[in-house]
Design a protein around this ligand. Sequence first.
Ligand code: 2AM
Length: 466
Amino acid sequence: KKQQIGVIGLAVMGKNLALNIADHGYSVAVYNRTPDKTNELSKEYGDKDIMGFNSLKEFANSLDTPRRIILMVKAGEAVDDTIHKLLPYLDKGDILMDGGNSYYLDTMRRSKELEEKGFYYLGTGISGGEEGARKGPAIMSGGAREAYDRFEPVLTAISAKVGQDACSTYIGENGAGHFVKMVHNGIEYADMQLISEAYSIMKHVLGLSPEQLHDIFDQWNQGELNSYLIAITAKIFQKKDEPGGGYLVDKILDVAGQKGTGKWTGQISLDLGAPTPTITAAVYERYLSAMKEERVTANRLLRGADTLKQKPEELIESIRKALYASKICAYAQGFGLLKNASSLYHWNLSYSEIAKIFRGGCIIRAQFLNQITLAYEKNPELKNLLFEDYFSGILNNYQKEWRETITTAINYGIPVPGFSSSLAYYDSYRSAELPINLLQAQRDFFGAHTYERKDKEGIFHTQWEE
Ligand code: 2AM
């Protein structure tokens, strides 16, 4: 008897994915570079049809052909290395699927190389963290359609479900799946930063305690902000440190790391000319967080301010609205980047499908993704989410509170790079006139870069001074 699915790489994501696949009635073969993890998994889950191998050859031989193998090794060289070692034991027509957080250009390169050799390669983003991998992640696959179709029943079975819908879909050719996963993570960075800013204002301006913050986020989670990240934020504020030791959140060092997907989103948005200021601000803020010592020194030297006190309930509701408005702008940026990449790489992305699978399993799952799905179902060619009635309605109605919240933060010297980048994006985007006419004049002045005119066609250059 042959095993149906192979999984290589048994760190927490790979292990949980293998267990999830086995739970759905598939027999699984597993392999890990370090044998301990393989042996442990076979031992611990003897009741499931999971066979462990300590040689890639035996692993490959144990699989039904054409083989379906999922790579869950560390992004980067480990993927190339593993493919290289595995290839001698594969046959033409076998499907390799990279389920890690690979850089999409690597995925495009690998697909090309492997397809030239007669293999199939799927670059698949899997979101949902540890728990998602075990119980149902969101899955976004890129690569050859026929390879996806052969993998589809497994992916559909193991994915998260929202009602009848599986949170797994075919995204497009070659790197499209990993690209969408990358943008998902960029949006996730923005979401987390925005929530942290809302917390910061309530903590510093209103002096709210963790218990009070718990209640507020819990309440917000009942409304339009309903989402996984708001839900876990509410829970975080309840978590006590050791008995008698206060709240854990207050003990955590304010230094954040990152694994690269947020940074890539920012870099690519620069490459493609698709503005994502809120996402990029979130990445910068993590860099600033890492400069803890400098910040502590600067805090002694550079003054902030505290001024007016507003009515707490009013300010809290304003912050909620500011958070929602800012979040909408961050998603508009992420989907704008997808639109740009889709046309550059001819991926023909379906934004409604993408928004649909983001609704479950993944970290940015949120009620309002239904609205994004509807918006793109209604108009697949929608230029920007902000043009959809639902979103423009929210932004128009939440204006005053959004601006007031940011003004309050500015008056207090509380950094709100996410909120304010979103607002700057919004205000720039809705400006029929930007002061870029002056900038164009400057460019022409010093560099003869030329300019166009409002009143007539053509390219102009002026001798600005004698
Ligand atoms: P390990 O248990 O032997 O370290 C996440 O780090 C997963 O990627 C782990 O399963 C890890 O295997 C695997 N991994 C990391 N680098 C690797 C490499 N160069 N070759 C194969 N597997 C690798």
